[in-house]
Write a protein of this length. Structure first.
Length: 80
């Protein structure tokens, strides 16, 4: 009985480490994405102006979303 508990605890510890690693990695990715978001919005505003910038910002959001979905699908397939 004790070896089974030790094995289960060891598996749980490994899974916790894996999930913490995933969480920290995702957090860094989120911070990088926010930085790029601000940079791209600033460039659009600088080139287009504030009043006419919204269509380009929507286009930017759509493009980034499509890229993110493709990346998530590819990563999911790779991880299986």
């Amino acid at each position: 009985m004790v070896p089974a508990v030790k094995q289960s605890a060891s598996e749980l510890k490994g899974e916790v480490k894996k999930q913490i690693t995933n969480l920290v990695t995702a957090a860094f990715g989120f911070v990088a994405a926010l930085s790029w978001n601000d940079a791209i919005k600033a460039m659009i505003t600088a080139f287009i102006g504030t009043a006419q910038a919204w269509p380009y910002m929507v286009l930017n959001a759509v493009v980034v979303t499509v890229i993110a979905v493709i990346a998530i699908v590819l990563i999911s397939k790779y991880m299986k």
